[in-house]
Design a protein around this ligand. Structure first.
Ligand code: FES
Length: 155
């Protein structure tokens, strides 16, 4: 006679039935959780690539300014203002300014002053970014776009 100290063994058929029900319950529970989470985006949209660099008066001809938080180099000449990326097109290291242009410290790519590749594994030139003017008059760089090398925004 079964007692609390010696419970009756569960028949194999009952055990398999309970295991099957448990598995089905877990699968249904997981599906419901998945359906509830589906409408919520798993990846947040990337922040806009547009950022203000200040009014044109801060960029008289001859000005060279690096915006480190965006890895962008701003150059102002008599032709206007231009923005060029400082991110190496090989694997994304930040290039350093050198007397003959820019050098990448990671794998040795070299770029001339306009960002064109002159050596190393970089597959393409450093991109130039379009510049526009915001409603408040500030200059805006869009580092999600690209403009042909040598394009200056006339102020
Ligand atoms: S990341 Fe610049 S050369 Fe490799």
């Amino acid at each position: 006679m079964p007692s609390r100290l010696e419970p009756q063994a569960m028949p194999r058929r009952d055990f398999l039935g309970m295991a099957g029900l448990g598995s089905a319950g877990l699968a249904i529970f997981g599906s419901i959780i998945g359906m509830v989470r589906l409408p919520k985006p798993r990846v947040l949209p990337e922040a806009s690539g547009r950022f203000k660099i200040g009014p044109p008066s801060e960029f008289p001809p001859g000005t060279v300014k690096v915006i480190p938080e965006h890895n962008v180099r701003i150059v102002a000449t008599e032709r206007g203002i231009a923005a060029m990326s400082l991110v190496c097109t090989h694997l994304g290291c930040i290039v350093a300014e050198a007397p003959d242009g820019f050098h990448c410290p990671c794998h040795g790519s070299r770029f001339d002053a306009d960002g064109k590749v002159v050596g190393g594994p970089a597959p393409r030139a450093l991109p130039w970014f379009p510049i526009s003017r915001a409603a408040d008059g500030a200059l805006v760089v869009d580092n999600s776009g690209e403009t042909p090398s040598g394009t200056f925004f006339e102020v």
